[in-house]
Design a protein. Sequence first.
Length: 79
Amino acid sequence: RREDEFAPVKNPPGSDVDSPDTARRLFSNVAKKWMREAGATLLGDLESDQCEVGPMTSYGGEGLEKLAKGKEVACPFSV
């Protein structure tokens, strides 16, 4: 899916499309999706746009099971 791979930034902050805000939200949604797929239960502010899986931890969602499976993860998070 395009939103899993690409988040353009060509408009100023506060714009409804293609802004730093929308890119941050898309990136955060991918991180939350990866953690859920790896077996985590997400708690806290599920609407947060401050959730991150760093590229040194996982490039495409792989290998997160050891961090997430069967665990509760509070949003926002950074792993």
